[in-house]
Design a protein. Structure first.
Lengths: 457, 97
């Protein structure tokens, strides 16, 4: 969740596991768009001495489709190069790391960035992982010093961050349990608050802050939300070379890069796509997502809600039409006329993309429930780092959004109330680029309890 | 203080094994061309110039379907697919030998 360990193959390849993608108009620089792609799920901060890093052998990409065909028009590619500066130590650092070029940093990485094949950044030093106050003192200053301006005027950051996503992952994958209403579950237990299963874990982020006119189809800064040029679609991916050879002492790749992970909207591959086809989905292109649309039109989770919470969702259980609401939200965008003054529709091509209407300015009073709570600057109009996408998607899945396209349907009362119970108070964010907070250090991290929570029987 | 990239370290550690193991396939590829492969006996050894080129890169050869006679050659960031039943035959027999 939202795409952490979401498919069998990527769960075994964390450096190429794209966990979250964010796209939003930058709140403090509204003339720019911020795009973030996260990788490496569940980084336990104390996981040394070989701390987490981007893989030199992975091609990381962020794509923008600005003409609605589901095919990228703008491609940002990122490669990383790892260096060993001291061949006599087992340590990640041999003293405090005070700067990005500090010789105490044994295993530094640099990044290169291209836009549509043109190099716009090269040899960019990355900050280390947050090891602890002895090894990485003044971590915020150290990390902030790695933010650079690229050759095209965009800002760039890559490195470790606190995972801003929140979900009760331990509960939802225990037969779709929602702790706040688990008393109504087929296997009941007393209702309880949700638990953010990602609390205290880090992740690796690639973040760009790009002038709006660099991303729109006509090079303009749209001001009319209903204009076709106002909507962009975003997804990210990780690719590995086709051939990998393992000999006695090394592994290496040959051949063109082939996509092994992709992600646009949160939870699509995680929840909609059956396990038997998740790896295939990861290797496919968004423009071909009509191949998988049946799983959005008739989502398994909606059926499970009816089955696992008996008598709670009778109207949802009785609804046997294709879910046109979900098809719009996830695969084509919301057309004009559904929400007054708003659209993020990209036409008829079904593609898993985060669709952002760049003409909607950021708000000073954001609502974590985004568009369904009247905040058009939030999910599913793009996705901000703090948006509660799990609650929004759960409620949509439970039928709350069906009346937007089918006024004859009356949602079950719990559909507007259900949640997994996790919230963004269990994580933190920055008010400026790259918006995801500095990572928790290994020294300061608290291991999960060996006893765990009582299961409240 | 030395500055080695990760790939440098791996290559240094690997030594000559890499450079000698893969060109076995390169020999067949470089001399067979596309569709009109010469008989095995007629294949000339790589010239010094060709060897100089081959040791700086590696080629992975993959035969997905011997019946189709298609060989996928992976080198650098490229994939070249060739149709060569004689090359496929040589590779398959060599693999079984």
């Amino acid at each position: 969740m939202s795409s952490h360990r979401e498919a069998p193959e990527t769960s075994k390849d964390p450096a190429a596991d794209n966990t979250d993608v964010y796209a939003f108009v930058s709140p403090d620089r509204p003339d720019t768009i911020t795009l973030i792609a996260n990788f490496i799920p569940f980084e336990y901060p104390a996981g040394g001495p070989n701390f987490y890093e981007f893989d030199d052998d992975v091609l990381y990409s962020i794509y923008v489709d600005n003409n609605g065909d589901g095919v990228e028009d703008i491609t940002y590619e990122f490669r990383f190069t790892t260096t060993i500066t001291n061949d006599a130590t087992f340590l990640y650092n041999v003293g405090p790391i005070a700067s990005l070029d500090d010789p105490n940093f044994v295993r530094p990485q640099t990044a290169s960035v291209t836009r549509n094949g043109e190099v716009i950044g090269d040899g960019i030093p990355l900050a280390p992982c947050n090891v602890g106050f002895r090894s990485t003192p003044n971590y915020p200053d150290l990390a902030n010093s790695s933010i650079v301006e690229l050759g095209d005027g965009s800002m760039f950051f890559a490195g470790q961050r606190l995972d801003g996503f929140f979900v009760d992952v331990g509960s939802v994958f225990d037969l779709a349990t929602l702790r706040p209403i688990q008393n109504l579950h087929l296997i009941p237990s007393p209702a309880a608050p949700g638990v953010n299963g990602l609390r205290g874990f880090n992740v690796h982020s690639i973040a760009l802050q790009i002038p709006i006119e660099h991303l729109t189809s006509d090079g303009s800064v749209p001001t009319d939300p209903l204009g076709a040029n106002a909507v962009i679609g975003v997804y990210a991916s990780a690719s590995r070379q086709k051939g990998t050879f393992q000999d006695e002492t090394q592994s290496y790749g040959e051949g063109p890069f082939t996509q092994v992970s992709r992600l646009g909207m949160p939870l699509v591959n995680e929840v909609f796509i059956p396990m038997s086809r998740k790896d295939e989905w990861n290797r496919s292109e968004p423009a071909g997502d009509s191949e998988f649309a049946q799983f959005t039109a008739m989502p398994e989770l909606a059926v499970l809600l009816g089955a696992l919470y008996p008598d709670v969702f009778p109207n949802l259980v009785a609804y046997d039409k294709d879910r046109a609401d979900l098809l719009a939200i996830f695969l084509t965008g919301i057309p004009e006329g559904v929400v007054p003054g708003f659209q993020n529709n990209t036409g008829t091509t079904q593609a898993d993309l985060i669709r952002l209407n760049v003409a909607i300015p950021p708000t000073e009073n954001p609502n974590v429930l985004g568009l369904v709570a009247g905040d058009a600057a939030g999910f599913p109009n793009g996705r901000r780092v703090f948006d509660d996408v799990v609650t929004v998607e759960l409620r949509a899945m439970a039928g709350l959004t069906i009346p937007l396209v089918d006024p004859t349907f009356t949602p079950d009362a719990p559909a507007s109330l259900i949640e997994d119970g996790s919230d963004n108070n269990t994580t933190s964010y920055l008010s400026h680029f790259p918006y995801l907070d500095h990572p928790i250090s290994g020294y300061d991290s608290i291991p999960p309890s060996s006893s765990g929570l009582p299961h409240s029987k | 203080m030395s500055h080695w990239s990760r790939r440098d370290v791996l290559r240094i550690t690997a030594g000559a094994a890499t450079a000698t193991a893969i060109p076995i396939a390169v020999v067949g590829v470089a001399s067979s061309g596309s569709s009109a492969a010469p008989a095995e006996a007629a294949v000339a050894p790589l010239t010094e110039a060709e060897l100089e080129q081959s040791v700086t890169g590696r080629v992975m050869v993959c035969v997905h379907d011997a019946r189709a006679g298609t060989v996928s050659l992976l080198q650098g960031n490229r994939e070249k697919i060739i149709q060569d039943r004689q090359l496929v035959a040589r590779l398959m027999r060599a693999a079984k030998a």
